[in-house]
Design a protein around this ligand. Structure first.
Ligand SMILES: Cc1cc2nc3c(=O)[nH]c(=O)nc-3n(C[C@H](O)[C@H](O)[C@H](O)COP(=O)(O)OP(=O)(O)OC[C@H]3O[C@@H](n4cnc5c(N)ncnc54)[C@H](O)[C@@H]3O)c2cc1C
Length: 397
């Protein structure tokens, strides 16, 4: 074997590529990881506010979006959050659960990258950083990339989210080059923008509230945040993955309010104003904006005592606050999207090994594939699990 000849070339030194390389290397395969970046794991380093939300203990296939919702079950079932936690523990990396099963490093995301590089080292993995992939040759069952050659090639170059971190859509170009189908990619876990009548809400930039956000039948209860362009915060990022253009996002601003709560306040405190009553459940600025929008041009209901308002009207207002329809005019796009929905179609891949059924020796893993997780550690768990599945597949060749 010459120095430019390997058992597998892995394109992309992100979470999925490093995990795949470490697995195959430790199982005895000679592996090269290639990346155009000068260093590994750039998205890991910026993830979770620098603390990397490295998994979610509730990871299961129903928390991932894909044209085939069953595809991820095999890999996720064979490499579980507990497996990654055991690895993190072996390296003495301290972690904590923040909320909703999300696990973060106590220290820095750098610890995760260092751990993955140490695992690659144990597998004697070689690296070619700052390397352009260029044209990929394929002849006689061998792949040729940037002067290196191997009988197996793994696409682990992620999706185009956050181009300024070096993200590109090269995974899709490679897939097309080999005749693999794509599910149309689009930005996900991304802030939504508001236009038209809703621009008024931009004045609320910085205000947040716990809400239930709903698109179609899917709903998430978490914080929503108004921004100078529209809506963000975990509830909105989550729902953005399910939102389709020209459809509304419904926000329940009063998720814990009992039915007829405004009538109940009216009975207890008849002199309270509508704005005062709404402020009991929502931040002041938000209450004011919502009540003003509800009043329209007719009257300023905000300052009206509840005693002067009919129960039927209060019920109507309560219902609107529990089901406020925003009509987003778009998203903040790949520049702000944490992940990319869609990608290389799972119909082209073995769910066990992630190998392309039509092109023996070609694999695709991580975010490049049409499997996208919820916010909260799910996407890394998919990167680890699909990387391990492909690494074991490479070793079994
Ligand atoms: C700001 C932010 C925060 C996030 N926080 C979390 C979190 O806390 N928890 C979580 O689960 N998920 C998080 N995610 C999502 C998570 O980072 C990704 O899902 C995950 O990194 C995907 O791993 P991957 O290995 O498939 O791709 P990537 O990590 O994107 O790795 C792809 C690699 O391929 C290389 N590459 C790309 N194009 C080329 C090219 N043309 N030539 C050569 N090399 C190329 C890149 O340099 C990169 O090293 C976050 C994402 C962002 C943007």
């Amino acid at each position: 074997m010459t120095s430019s000849t390997y058992d597998a070339i892995i394109l992309g030194a992100g979470g999925a590529g490093l995990m795949c390389a470490a697995t195959a290397g430790q199982l005895g395969r000679r592996v090269l990881v290639m990346d155009h970046a000068p260093e590994p794991g750039r998205k890991i380093l910026i993830s979770g506010g620098g603390r990397c939300n490295f998994t979610n203990i509730h990871s299961a296939a129903d928390r991932y979006l894909s044209a085939n919702p069953h595809f991820a079950k095999s890999a996720l079932g064979r490499y579980r959050p507990a497996d990654f936690i055991a690895l993190v523990d072996r390296y003495g990396i301290a972690w904590h659960e923040k909320t909703l099963g999300q696990l973060f490093c106590d220290g820095s995301a750098r610890d995760i990258v260092a751990m993955l590089m140490a695992e690659c080292d144990r597998g004697q993995v070689d690296f070619a950083f700052s390397t352009d992939i260029g044209e990929i040759g394929h002849a006689d069952g061998r792949f040729h990339v940037a002067g290196y050659t191997a009988p197996a090639l793994v696409i682990a170059t992620g999706g185009p989210s956050i181009p300024k971190m070096g993200a590109t859509g090269i995974a899709y170009d490679i897939a097309r080059r080999f005749g693999l189908k794509l599910v149309e990619p689009r930005p996900a876990l991304v802030p939504l923008t508001l236009g038209g009548e809703d621009v008024l809400f931009r004045d609320l930039s910085g205000v947040s509230a716990e809400v239930i956000a709903q698109a179609g039948k899917t709903r998430f209860r978490e914080a929503a945040l108004f921004t100078h362009r529209g809506l963000s915060g975990p509830a909105i990022l989550q729902i953005s993955s399910y939102w389709r253009p020209h459809t509304p996002v419904e926000i329940n601003f009063t998720p814990d309010a009992p039915e007829d709560w405004l009538c109940a306040i009216k009975r207890d405190k008849p002199k309270a104003t509508l704005k005062g009553a709404v402020s009991m459940r929502l931040p002041d600025r938000l209450s004011l904006a919502l009540v003003e929008r509800l009043s329209g041009n007719e009257a300023n209901w905000g300052l009206m005592p509840l005693a002067d308002m009919k129960d039927a009207l209060l019920r109507q207002i309560g219902a609107r606050l529990g089901r406020w329809a925003f009509q987003p005019n778009g998203t903040e796009g790949y520049a702000k999207a944490e992940v990319t929905l869609g990608g290389i179609s799972t119909a082209e891949l073995s769910q066990r090994t992630m190998e392309a059924t039509k092109v023996p020796g070609l694999y695709a893993i991580g975010e490049a594939v049409d499997v996208t997780g919820w916010l909260g550690g799910y996407n890394f768990q998919w990167a680890w699990a699909s990387g391990v599945a492909a690494g074991q597949g490479l070793a079994a060749r």
